[in-house]
Every structure is written in C-alpha cells, then in structure tokens.
Ligand binder design. Structure first.
Ligand SMILES: C[S@@+](CC[C@H](N)C(=O)[O-])C[C@H]1O[C@@H](n2cnc3c(N)ncnc32)[C@H](O)[C@@H]1O
Length: 238
C-alpha cells in the first residue's frame, strides 16, 4: 500500500486560527477521565522525551521539575527515580489517584487551605503543603506534553506567562506540540504552529526545534485527519 501522507518537511498549516474560539471546560476534561476517553495517555511514556532526556537534564542532579496538566504521565516517575523532585498539576483527581496506584506509590493527600477545592497528593510524608505554595514559584525544568496543546487557544498567553514565571535562571523547557490539519479536527489537542510558539515564548526564550516525527496512530483516523506530526522544542532563557 502506498503512503500518501505528506513528508516530514510539511509546511505549517495556514488556517490555524480556525480553532481559536474553541473552549473545553474543566468539567469536560474531568468527564474524559470518567468515561475513559484518555487516548492521550502514553503507557510507555513519551519516546521523544526518552531520546532527549540527557539533553534535558544536562547531567544536573536534584532538579525541580514541573509537569503542567500532568494526567498520569509515567515520565513523572522517570525523573523521581533519578532523584529529582517532581510537581504535577492536574484537574482530575481520578487521574492523580490512577498515577499513584499504577506506579505502586503510596501517597497522602491534604487540602490546600489557600486554594479552596484543591488538594496536594504527595509521596514524601515530611512535605508540608505550605512549602509547596511557597516554593511553587521556581523550577529548573518544565516538561510540557499534552499541556499547551490542551489549553484553550484563547488562554495560551496567560498559560505560557505563568509557566515562564515559574522558572529559575538557567531553565530548560521541553515542549511537545502537534501539527495536523486543524480544519479537520476541532481539538483538543489543539494545533500549535511554529508562529504561535514564537509569539508565546519568543521574547523571553531561545527556541530550538529538536525534532519532528510522524505521530500518526490508528485512533487519529476517527479525528478525520490523515497525518499528524509531533514536534519537540527546547526553550532556554534568552
Ligand atoms: C491531553 S492530557 C495530557 C496529560 C499528560 N500531560 C500526558 O502527557 O499524558 C491533558 C490533561 O490536562 C488536564 N487538564 C486540562 N485542563 C486543566 C487545567 N486547567 N488544570 C489542570 N489540569 C487540566 C486534563 O484532565 C488532562 O489530564
């Protein structure tokens, strides 16, 4: 069978603004977990992250690593097992509990008094949620996969400004986005073209596209698309 999908040199899709007014509520995200529409979860972890792990960590130890919109990403354990400290933020309590259960980690939970309706789930027991609030400001690394692409397009600038405000000097921010025809699938995940990454990060960061890979899977056929690429960007301080 011949493969008619575009080559990896494909240009960015011009009509990317078609998704700009699309909004998904937090309840809709929580519902995805309840109804098991979690095709985004990668049981084996992200292969691009695996490939660029050393580039990302730069041989440094004891890093604080932030996972925005973390789901039950197994990569959190990869870093914890290497001795780094990991903080993830996720709206679905179900997703968080599944992470700890599937990774065989016992955990404690306590409400964060300052932010009603939120809880901190943690593996180390001498950790005070007040410390989390006090220290959440600074991380050495961010792994952003399934996060910027899940943020409603109209909220992207606010999101990326918060992400950048959380970073320490000398940070590395690894960002995975998806490239597909946005007129065929409403998202999420949303299409985030190169120009958008420049707009969001360009003033503060050097932006390097490390790799672009064919990410097409069977499940993508139901989205009405016939190609999808994953692009990995390394963002560093200007
Ligand atoms: C596409 S999934 C990606 C999860 C994870 N990063 C991964 O790579 O598997 C997006 C996740 O973000 C969560 N989410 C969406 N909006 C959120 C928000 N505003 N705050 C916290 N979590 C959110 C969803 O529940 C979902 O688990």
């Amino acid at each position: 069978m011949s493969d008619t999908r575009p080559s990896l040199d494909i240009k960015e899709y011009p009509d990317w603004e078609v998704q700009k007014n699309r909004i998904l509520t937090l309840e809709e995200w929580q519902d995805k977990w309840v109804t098991r529409k979690i095709g985004f979860h990668q049981e084996q972890g992200n292969q691009l992250l695996k490939k660029y792990l050393d580039t990302f960590l730069k041989g440094e130890s004891g890093l604080r690593i932030f996972f925005p919109l973390c789901g039950k990403a197994v990569e959190m354990k990869w870093f914890a097992d290497r001795g780094h400290s990991v903080v993830g933020v996720e709206i679905s309590e179900l997703g968080i509990r599944e992470f700890f259960m599937e990774q065989n980690l016992s955990y404690s939970e306590e409400p964060i008094a300052e932010i009603p309706g939120t809880k901190v789930f943690k593996v180390c027991f001498d950790f005070d949620s007040n410390d989390l609030l006090a220290n959440i400001g600074k991380f050495d690394r961010i792994w952003d996969r399934g996060a910027l692409v899940a943020i409603n397009p109209g909220d992207r600038k606010c999101y990326t400004d918060v992400m950048l405000s959380l970073l320490r000097k000398g940070f590395q921010y690894l960002l995975a986005v998806l490239s597909y025809d946005p007129t065929k699938h409403a998202g999420p995940p949303f299409y985030v073209p190169d120009a958008e990454i420049q707009r969001l990060f360009g003033t503060k960061c050097n932006i390097l596209c490390l790799e672009k890979v064919d990410a097409f899977e069977e499940r993508h056929k139901t989205w009405g698309i016939d190609y999808i690429f994953e692009k990995l960007y390394l963002l560093t301080e200007k």
